[in-house]
Ligand binder design. Structure first.
Ligand code: AMP
Length: 427
């Protein structure tokens, strides 16, 4: 299938061609026609599946094909959980809309509000916002959402995890009742389905990967190791395998800072991003990492949302996340848009129960591999039971066999008469 068959205008097709995309990804193939028809949508699509273009392209098309009535207030609103994701979606909207006469603005916290007032005053067609800062603007009456025609809730599960539900509800109260609403979430949890039941009207349902499973193109491995040797093992692996660009996750901000300092002392160019860093510092670290000036980027879960780096080959879980779903989000940073990736988790004895939770969520076991010289003082057998299958052991440093790419994540679209039915099916 090619983009030409999806009913997009020439301006959009040109912008897509400029990006070098040959064919639409499964989420794009399924979401674009639904959105173009004006239907509401609930889509479960992981990061890296091309979901941003999946909603942005038809949104831009709908805005250009219907008249604006000369208004200067936003006609489309995209809500994202983090500043990084807002900035990234904003960049995508500008990239895909570069041949269209539409104005885009981003409003998020961590930066001065003054320039945002000015931009909103000058007129905006598409507004991309994080909930907190958008509420500030609503309270100060510097934005009017009463003419929004399309609402997109991106990474909705993360917005709920971050406690934005009340903010979202307040924002909903400022929107017209008649509008198109599109919800995207990596997972279809119960709270997501409940929110969908209240916000969506006869939505189409799209799932491009089975519920709560990791991207198929990501090879996952666990290295059991004693906690006090994790840093040493990480430095060893980066050097031994000559990893040039590696994203490392830690559970805490303090842990991220400390690890970044230690890796820098080991001679590895490292930066850290987390919630205590200013927006400017986070963006600089990300840019340095993307451009290869920084080899290792250490991130906490919240800060990592929205990181979009093409062909990021390695993700390392220095600590396992407390919330199993975060593992899915983390490893979604690699293996993006058709590239293969590798997710490596260093786990110490205190994290065995977290591994069990992750395997239960994934409904699969993750193979484990002891790195020679870093043998742990505990046994993998001591972990809590409950995973669906015992983890396989792998021989150390084994490369993946088979060579060729694995099949893309299969996509299927279903009509959803009511979401309640779906909730019952998946509960
Ligand atoms: P997303 O899941 O929206 O974060 O997109 C992940 C990455 O896929 C981004 O870097 C996009 O530029 C890229 N991408 C989106 N659509 C396509 C496509 N049809 N072909 C190739 N790459 C794509």
């Amino acid at each position: 299938m090619t983009f030409d068959t999806l009913g997009l205008s020439t301006g959009l097709l040109r912008a897509v061609a400029d990006q070098g995309y040959d064919q639409p990804t499964p989420i794009q193939q399924q979401a674009i026609p639904v959105i173009l028809q004006g239907q509401d949508l609930l889509a479960s699509a992981q990061t890296g599946t091309g979901k941003t273009a999946g909603f942005t392209l038809p949104m831009l098309q709908r805005l250009t094909s219907s008249p604006s009535n000369g208004r200067r207030t936003p006609r489309a609103l995209v809500l994202t959980p983090t500043r990084e994701l807002a900035a990234q979606v904003g960049d995508s909207v500008k990239t895909y809309g570069k041949y269209l006469p539409l104005k885009t603005a981003m409003v998020y916290g961590g930066v001065k509000i003054g320039p945002q007032f000015k931009q909103l005053r000058h007129g905006v067609d598409i507004l991309i916002a994080t909930p907190g800062r958008l509420l500030d603007h609503l309270n100060q009456r510097t934005v009017d959402l009463s003419h929004v025609e399309i609402l997109v809730l991106d990474e909705c599960d993360r917005m709920l995890d971050m406690g934005f539900i009340h903010d979202i509800r307040k924002i909903m109260g400022k929107l017209p009742e008649t509008r198109q609403t599109l919800m995207f979430s990596a997972t279809f949890s119960k709270p997501i389905q409940q929110l969908a039941n209240t916000l969506l009207n006869d939505p189409a349902l799209i799932e491009v990967a089975p519920r709560n499973t990791t991207a198929e193109r990501v090879e996952q491995v666990v290295h059991p190791v004693d906690r006090d040797r994790k840093r040493e093992l990480l430095s060893h692996m980066i050097g031994f395998h000559n990893w040039e660009q590696v994203l490392v996750f830690t559970r805490t901000k303090h842990g991220a800072n400390r690890l970044a300092e230690q890796l820098s002392k080991d001679g590895l160019k490292t930066a850290a991003i987390h919630g205590n860093k200013t927006q400017a510092a986070r963006q600089k670290a990300l840019k340095d990492f993307k451009q290869g000036r920084v080899r290792v980027l250490v991130a906490t879960d919240v800060a990592s949302r929205g990181i979009d780096i093409d062909q990021l080959p390695y993700v390392v879980n220095f600590d396992l996340p407390n919330v199993a779903e975060d593992y899915v989000h983390r490893i979604g940073r690699t293996g993006r848009a058709g590239n293969e990736g590798r997710a490596v988790s260093l786990i110490s004895s205190d994290e065995l129960h977290l591994l069990t939770k992750i395997e239960r969520l994934l409904k699969q076991s993750i193979s484990h591999d002891i790195v020679p010289g870093y043998e742990p003082s505990f046994s993998m057998k001591s972990r809590p039971a409950g995973n669906s299958a015992p983890p396989r052991r792998r021989s150390s440093n084994r490369r993946r066999s088979g060579g060729g790419p694995r099949p893309a994540v299969a996509g299927q679209r279903r009509a959803a008469p009511t979401l309640k039915k779906k909730a019952a099916r998946t509960a």
